[in-house]
Design a protein around this ligand. Structure first.
Ligand code: GDP
Length: 201
């Protein structure tokens, strides 16, 4: 798939304020600083579409971007940012939970994991929660350019082996770099494939 148009549609502070349409949604989530905004900008080739996490207030909102007038790319708030107050954490948790569990338009949730790190408890728990709730998801290992190809492969394999302890079948996964565009075509083609597949009734 090539991206012909990418337009910001709306920021929502509550999941029930999201657009009322039946356009399929592909949402992106991960811990703060995992490289989510950079990835969204890389995928859409719009360097300023998603504002980076340093933009005040932005991280508490669900942001919808209409792509090719065909599907929504949804930027979800980052989770597990320890420096926020307890009340704020609760608000973000509710927002994420409501969107992920209740949003019928959600077609695939991309969970972003920093490819440099060992498997972290918070991400593994989040992935387990998705599985328990039957949420369709895929994993994107980000920032692959920060190390050698071999090291990335090794870290990703470690991660997948860890997931295999819990899962019979591994989720689809991608390796990305917002610096050099690695993974862009694969991720877009994956989305395109789902959009073109016959709808389940
Ligand atoms: P977010 O909080 O998940 O939206 O993360 P950002 O997209 O704001 O990225 C956090 C930091 O990581 C920024 O300094 C980015 O420049 C850097 N970054 C993000 N993606 C990549 C990548 O693929 N490669 C490299 N080298 N740096 C990245």
């Amino acid at each position: 798939m090539e991206i012909k148009s990418a337009e910001f549609t709306i920021s929502s502070s509550r999941a029930d304020m999201c657009p009322k349409s039946d356009i399929p949604e592909y949402a992106f989530i991960g811990r703060s600083n995992v490289g989510k905004s950079s990835l969204i900008n890389m995928l859409t080739k719009k360097p300023k579409l998603a504002m980076t996490s340093s933009t005040p207030g932005k991280t508490l909102l669900i942001n919808h971007f209409l792509i090719n007038k065909e599907w929504f790319l949804v930027d979800l708030p980052g989770y597990g940012f320890a420096l926020r107050g307890k009340k704020m954490m609760e608000k973000i948790k509710n927002l994420i939970e409501y969107y992920v569990l209740e949003r019928e338009q959600l077609t695939c949730l991309f969970v972003l994991i920093d490819s440099r790190h060992e498997p972290q408890k918070i991400d593994l728990e989040f992935i387990e929660w998705l599985g328990e709730n039957g949420v369709p998801f895929a994993i994107i290992f980000t920032k692959a350019d920060k190390q050698t190809v071999g090291k990335t492969r090794q870290n990703v394999n470690n991660y997948l082996n860890k997931l295999k302890e819990q899962w019979e079948e591994l989720p689809p996964h991608f390796i990305s770099s917002s610096e050099n565009g690695t993974g862009r075509q694969e991720i877009l083609d994956y989305i395109d494939g789902i959009n073109k597949s016959p709808k389940e009734q």
